[in-house]
Design a protein around this ligand. Sequence first.
Ligand code: ZN
Length: 139
Amino acid sequence: MGKDTKREGSHTYSILAGKDKRCFVSGRREGLNKHHIYHGTGLRKISDRYGFWCYLWEPLHLAGLGGLHAHPNSGLDLQLKQMCQRKFEETHSREEFMAIIGKNYLIEEEADVQRQSCGESGFYLIDTSDVIDEGWEEE
Ligand SMILES: [Zn+2]
C-alpha cells in the first residue's frame, strides 16, 4: 500500500554496493566479475533476485587465480555472506533470510567469537575437508 522507501536489491542493484561498478574489496574499476554471494545450486538465481551480489576484481574472485572461490565458506567468501546477511537483516527479519537462503551465517560468526574467547589451547586445527568438495561456480 504505502510507498516502500527501502532500497530493494535486484540483479542490477546490489544491496551491498548499489549500482557502483567497482570491486567491492579493492575498489578497482577494471577486470571485474560479478560475484553471487550465495552460490551453488539454485542460490545464484536467488542472489540475483535479491541483490545478493557484488563486483570483485578477477584475481580476488576466481579459484584458479587464488580468489575467494578457492576457499569456499571461509575468509572473504564467508565475510561477504555474513556482511550481506547483516545488510539484508537491516530491513528484513532473520526468518525471512533463512527462508530465502536456508542457512544463517551469523550464528557461525557468533560461535567463532565464543570459541576464540573460551578456547583453552588458544588455537585450532581447522578441518576444511567438509567444504573442499562443495561445488563452486565461476560467477
Ligand atoms: Zn563468485
